[in-house]
Design a protein around this ligand. Structure first.
Ligand SMILES: [Zn+2]
Length: 226
């Protein structure tokens, strides 16, 4: 059996492998700043609920950034962006929780703290949106506060387990709302949604997340090795 120390070291290595570098991956797609505003009334498409599909999404980082289609051991996206770039709310919603202080220590590599300074938001579509590794969180952003799509949440940084500035972006069902970092960090691939939002095209993750939750439920403790 592996000692906890070895397991922690392995987890660190895995996380560092994909969450850390500005090294361009073959799958990375250059992303321009979102310039075209979304049309006023997006056509409801394949999403479960037309009202959810009609909610406007905004690409979560302003200015130049890039991202790949893969991540390390779970489904999320690392959006590489300059340190200090502005992070905005992806959709109208309410702030669920923030981690305003970076308590991450590589020696203990606590999964709950790897995100450093982070913000999670319950969108009005019922989806939880999570961003981490902020250098700073906007002073107005606190649990329970309402935010609008495009409203600044903070600045891109590399707090927590991150060696280069980026926004870790994850989408998940609300589940426990707070504290369940192993779900909050992301459970579906965001890149198709990010591709649409940066072009100003409506694309809702509601259907895919509902299917994920039907299949997986909401685990009440982290998976082994997380
Ligand atoms: Zn990440």
């Amino acid at each position: 059996m592996r000692s906890p120390l070895v397991a922690a070291g392995l987890a660190t290595a895995l996380a560092l492998a994909a969450c850390s570098g500005p090294t361009p991956q073959p799958a990375f797609v250059p992303v321009a700043a979102p310039t075209t505003p979304p049309s006023a009334s997006p056509t409801p498409s394949a999403a479960a609920s037309p009202s959810a599909a009609a909610l406007r999404h905004v690409f979560p980082v302003l200015g130049k950034s890039s991202y790949g289609r893969t991540h390390h051991d779970y489904q999320a996206t690392d959006i590489m962006a300059p340190c200090g770039a502005t992070i905005v709310a992806a959709i109208d919603g309410v702030v669920l929780e923030i981690s305003p202080v970076d308590l991450y220590d590589p020696k203990t590599d606590d999964g709950a703290l790897r995100g450093g300074k982070s913000v999670s938001l319950l969108g009005d579509d019922g989806v939880r949106y999570y961003g981490s590794h902020f250098s700073a969180i906007d002073a107005k952003i606190r649990a329970g506060v309402r935010v609008k799509a495009g409203q600044p949440l903070g600045k891109v940084g590399r707090t927590g387990l991150a060696s280069a500035c980026h926004l870790h972006f994850g989408m998940s069902p609300e589940c426990a709302s707070t504290g369940d970092w192993w779900i909050r960090r992301g459970v579906i691939w965001p890149w198709r949604y990010l591709d649409a939002w940066r072009k100003g095209t409506a694309k809702s993750p509601v259907t895919e997340l509902a299917a994920w939750q039907r299949k997986n439920g909401c685990s009440t403790k982290p998976p082994k090795g997380a």
